[in-house]
Design a protein around this ligand. Structure first.
Ligand SMILES: Cc1cc2nc3c(=O)[nH]c(=O)nc-3n(C[C@H](O)[C@H](O)[C@H](O)COP(=O)(O)OP(=O)(O)OC[C@H]3O[C@@H](n4cnc5c(N)ncnc54)[C@H](O)[C@@H]3O)c2cc1C
Length: 414
């Protein structure tokens, strides 16, 4: 509890985008923050992660957290066009299905965005190499004790705070305490992903060819729809191309708790061979020249009924695991953090329950609709069975059906 002039203190579990955003928002709200992350050190450079799209509101919020707002523009590229096109696998030609030229997103590399947010916080906020183990709530108005393992030494320490924020991702172990039966839902498909660094091959045939086939790279978010499959393609800052290819397949027997799978050389070669059957040669060339493509199995969950209990609150993927089709994951995390900060600032630690109740009442209806819309859009784009209608076929879809593909139809789209 806050005594005299002592600040309220939040313990945040998870140092990815949701955790780091929450640290910003809570510090802005006048709270002390300590962030626990099991990774041994802050991620550096671009091997970590791939591309993501930031919506206008997230851009505005991030800028408010940075020492100089233009840092964000210097780290991202514009995505001013949202385009869906159909690729004919046999003829290897594409036709435009929809085009929205008022799309106001920006493209970032995960590691660049993470670095930007991280460098704008005091290093003393972070406990790297610390694994969250468990917590104990004393009472609603009282403190919360978090047990944490220092991975380097094996020592277990207690950290006390007024609020515990679970920013520990879609497999959240904090959430587990309140929802022991919670399960993720497999979408029916996985995503091959990669980032081609073309800084040393900018004049190569691969890059000339891809720029000819996708002339608006650098400002366009391309969705390519094939038969029962789709790919996403856009440029990132510093001469990088980001691609994602969704492939329908049964749920894998993933060992451990990760939804990202290690891939063998054989799996990658098989993926290239399949890509040759579906995509234009220019795109396959980009895939082939990408170092270390990786595989994500796509999961989400039915919307949760609650996202806070006692003095424990969920943010980011812990609060709403989602499929990526509406570019919401990162944006929802940033918005969660910002709204939580505003609610805590408004009500103060003395009225923590009112703050958390208001946070939930603002965020839960929005994120629930967005998660379900993303699920539905993914099923459309993958040509999967939909309730009370035929699967979407990009070759024969009517203009009205094609309109459904647009990002701007996402509920609460800004
Ligand atoms: C390394 C990394 C790279 C990513 N790259 C991309 C990308 O390129 N494009 C994209 O769209 N999305 C990417 N994501 C996912 C993206 O960050 C999230 O989907 C979204 O931003 C919501 O993030 P989150 O912070 O809620 O969850 P996550 O990003 O899943 O982060 C959860 C964090 O909690 C930590 N954690 C979990 N359990 C514990 C524990 N017991 N103790 C301590 N720490 C714990 C994890 O190590 C992780 O850092 C990436 C995530 C990570 C972790």
């Amino acid at each position: 509890m806050m005594v005299g002039k002592e600040k309220a203190k939040a313990v945040i579990v998870g140092g990815s985008i949701a955790g780091i955003s929450t640290a910003h928002a809570l510090i802005s709200a006048g709270w002390d923050v300590i962030l626990i992350e099991k990774t041994s050190a802050p991620p550096t450079g671009s091997p970590t992660g791939a591309g993501l799209g930031l919506d206008p509101l997230s851009q505005q919020i991030i800028q408010s957290w940075l020492p100089l707002p233009h840092f964000l523009h210097n780290t991202t590229l514009p995505l001013t066009i949202d385009q869906n096109q159909a690729t004919d696998s046999e003829k290897k030609i594409s036709k435009t299905l929809t085009r929205d030229e008022c799309f106001n997103f920006r493209a970032a590399h995960w590691a660049d965005l993470h670095g930007l947010l991280y460098n704008a916080l005091p290093p003393s906020v972070f406990l790297w190499g610390h694994l969250f183990l468990s917590f104990h709530v004393v009472d609603f108005k009282g403190s919360i004790t978090t047990k944490v393992k220092v991975l380097k030494t094996g020592e277990v320490i207690n950290i006390v705070g007024d609020l515990l924020v679970a920013a520990d991702g879609c497999l959240s172990s904090v959430r587990q305490k309140y929802l022991p039966d919670f399960k993720l839902r497999y979408s029916g498909y996985c995503a091959w992903r990669g980032v081609l660094d073309f800084s040393k091959i900018a004049d190569s045939d691969t890059i000339t060819g891809i720029r000819k086939a996708y002339p608006e790279l650098g400002k366009c978010l391309y969705f390519d729809l094939g038969s029962g499959t789709h790919a996403v393609f856009y440029e990132l800052l510093n001469k990088k191309l980001n691609w994602i290819w969704y492939v329908n397949q049964p749920e894998p027997q993933v060992k451990g708790t990760s939804v990202t799978m290690k891939v063998s050389g054989d799996m990658i070669e098989k993926m290239y061979q399949e890509a040759e059957k579906v995509w234009i040669p220019e795109l396959v060339k980009v895939m082939r020249e990408t170092k270390e493509p990786f595989l994500n199995f796509i999961y989400d969950s039915d919307p949760l009924k609650k996202i806070y209990w006692d003095s424990v609150v969920l943010v980011g993927d812990a609060a709403h695991p989602t499929t990526p089709h509406c570019l919401r994951s990162t944006n929802m995390s940033i918005l969660d953090a910002s709204v939580l900060g505003k609610c805590l600032e408004k009500w103060g630690v003395e009225k923590l329950e009112s703050a958390l109740e208001e946070y939930e009442s603002i965020r839960l209806p929005v994120t629930s609709k967005q998660v379900l819309h993303a699920r539905w859009l993914g099923r459309i784009k993958q040509g999967l069975v939909l309730p009370q209608r035929d699967p979407f076929n990009p070759k024969s879809a009517t203009p009205d059906e094609c309109q459904e593909l647009l990002q701007r139809n996402t509920p609460f789209f800004q």
